[in-house]
Design a protein around this ligand. Structure first.
Ligand SMILES: [Zn+2]
Ligand SMILES: [Zn+2]
Length: 230
């Protein structure tokens, strides 16, 4: 085992021009996947109608997740992006958790039934009626419409470009630490250190754990940050 000290690197983000949305002319600019996911095509599209639980959001920035590259390669025309930070511009009459002007984050899940066994046990991602960013407008756009019950307020102390990756990469690894009741005295092994792995190490260290990265020695080059390497 080699011990090294590492500062995690920030995940990449895409920043888009923020525009004020208009309910009268609800169009927005999106970047849809081109052939084979090798390019993006700028499009002018129409926002979906605002449902009672929906918010219309002016997108500030969006992280890039490896899942995006997979979908972009498979589905020409899809607007990918699911590490989204934006500002609430309009909201449906039943929305109570966020207000106009709030900065919010949202990610993979767009909506679920909120009534099945999975939804009622904190496993909404397994809901058979779930919709995701692939069913609507992804984050590589300057606006989107999302179910408010799947958006989260972002404190002003976190820069939007840093908050974006928390909504997918961060949520994924936090879910593992939380779901398995990892204690602050545990030693946590993280296999690989890309977009998810470096956040797993940050969470584990913040929780008090000893974090150990599991990787081959060749993979250490170019990185500078964990308490242990196996
Ligand atoms: Zn993702
Ligand atoms: Zn459900």
């Amino acid at each position: 085992m080699t011990l090294i000290t590492v500062e995690p690197v920030a995940a990449p983000t895409v920043e888009v021009p923020v525009e004020t949305l208009s309910i009268e002319t609800p169009t927005y600019t999106a970047f849809a996947a081109g052939p084979g996911g090798q390019s993006f095509v700028q499009k002018q599209l129409e926002l979906p109608k605002l449902g009672q639980f929906d918010v219309a959001v002016a997108i500030v920035c969006c992280g890039v997740c490896y899942t995006d590259t997979m979908y972009a390669a498979m589905a020409e025309g899809m607007v990918v992006g699911h590490e989204i930070i934006g500002r609430v511009e309009f909201k449906g009459e039943a929305v109570t958790n966020v207000d106009i002007g709030d900065t919010i984050g949202f990610g993979y899940i767009r909506s679920t039934c909120l009534a099945c066994q999975f939804c009622l046990s904190g496993q909404e991602n397994m809901c058979p009626k779930r919709t995701t960013f692939t069913d609507g407008i992804g984050g590589l756009a300057n606006a989107s419409v999302w179910d408010s019950r799947f958006v989260y307020k972002i404190p002003s102390s976190i820069e939007p470009r840093h908050a974006g990756p928390l909504t997918c990469a961060g949520a994924s690894v936090f879910g593992a630490l939380y779901g398995y009741n990892v204690s602050p005295t545990a030693t946590v092994g993280v296999v690989g250190m890309g977009g998810l792995g470096h956040l797993a190490i940050k969470f584990a260290k913040a929780w008090g754990c000893k974090a150990t990265r599991v990787a081959n020695k060749r993979a250490i080059e170019g990185w500078n940050g964990v308490t242990g390497l196996v």
